[in-house]
Ligand binder design. Sequence first.
Ligand SMILES: Nc1nc2c(ncn2[C@@H]2O[C@H](COP(=O)(O)OP(=O)(O)OP(=O)(O)O)[C@@H](O)[C@H]2O)c(=O)[nH]1
Ligand SMILES: [Mg+2]
Length: 479
Amino acid sequence: MDVPWQRVGSWVGTVERPEVVPLSRHTAARPHAKVIVPTAGPAEPHDGHCAATVSRESVWLLGFTAAAAAASRRCRSRLCRRASVSTFRKREEKRERRRRWLQGLEKVDAEAAEAEGTSVPSGKAPVFASAAEESSSTKLRRGLRSEMEEPLDWNNPGTNVLEKARLAAEDWGGWDEAGWSADPAASAGSVEAIPLPGFFRMRRAQAEPPKAIKEFIALHQLGNVKLPKLKRGEHRPAIFAGFDPAHDGRRGAVDDGRGDTLGRMAAAVHKGFLRQRARCHPSSSPPLAERPEVAFIGASNVGKSSLLNSLTRTQQLAPAKDDPGVTRSIDWYKCSRLPLDVIDLPGYGYAKGAEFGPLVAQFLQSRKSLRVLYCLVDARTGIRPTDWRFYASLGNRGPEKVFILTKCDMVVPKMLAKVATLVLEDIRSIPRSSQRLIMVSARQGQGLHDLRCHLCSRAVTLMRELRRRQREHSELSEQ
Ligand SMILES: Nc1nc2c(ncn2[C@@H]2O[C@H](COP(=O)(O)OP(=O)(O)OP(=O)(O)O)[C@@H](O)[C@H]2O)c(=O)[nH]1
Ligand SMILES: [Mg+2]
């Protein structure tokens, strides 16, 4: 069955049915759909077919057409960049040979099974290991990936998969329809206050932080505190988990004293690495989404890029300097251990003669694949008038907002408790904000583990949502 192809740039054509192509031992457990797009138009560098593989997740998340568009664009840019037509054809032939070889293997398997008396349905695609079958140690090692890999009905890569993918694409409504937040305490308030800095200082002087906030800050050694000196031969734990009597400071990243699944997933994120996936100017049209996305936003120089760098061990990937306006483009980063793309945005407010605020707000309002927006607030200043103006320009649109208090190492714990109290009070009036505050220091590492845990929990929620939809679709198609 052919799916009508949507127009993407100069690409018009039809998408043929996807084929499941296990490319190697590594990818055998994560099947890829092979997308074949007949090329059209004289502008194309070659005629015939353009084929590329896309991951199963992207097919399910974005719908088959969007995933195919992403694949074809990737394929086209690759062609334009370095491959000649003949290289492309050779590669295609090689893939074809490999596919035939795999089919041959399947045939042999089927014959062997027949000889043994066990029946194997003809044309059966590879059976993928289910999450339940995996041993617990493998699950741990693979972290989030096991969460994502429930077997789908890829045994029949014909109409039903294509149909389901199409339904999923229709159902993929983004944050508007799909319920932008699973947090029942999320606010539905409207933005009003633009308190001037003087007023904020007055409020801060009068604020009386609750005991819980003070205890949390003391427990996590947040604020400008002298971290305990390490003895000779000892190393600071890779993940700073605050004061924990059970932690001797030598056990490394994974054993961070928490011991829960989310903690271990967060540890995996810390051990992963970031890689730049795409980049575009805020005024140009953004690339197609491949996975659900989360973004960091805040005023210029608040520390967005530094925080992104500190999430993993990939230091200095996103440029960060002590100047406002360092990041001037929208950058997509792919984390090796998270099924999410992380976006670094240019800051709003003063940015060396350029104001990216309206463009960034426009991007945030229109990007449906963006599921969480981390709003950064400087711990020294709280929410400033520039921030209020930006939240007002976003209005009721955009994804769920989660607030992060950054540069916590630059204020003393007593002051930090007061600022945190005020920010928690303020965010009640900001629409689509989750009523929690993550306090971090990108420089010293406090609170980063909490942020990673939050990222992982959102990733799991999104995957569950996706699986629920898949189940619903399969039930629908069975009826
Ligand atoms: N002490 C301290 N400094 C920080 C922290 N986070 C960032 N900084 C510093 O703040 C400065 C600005 O950081 P960036 O990451 O470039 O800020 P940005 O928000 O990306 O800025 P733009 O890209 O210009 O919008 C750098 O000098 C960082 O070293 C932190 O947690 N603690
Ligand atoms: Mg930056």
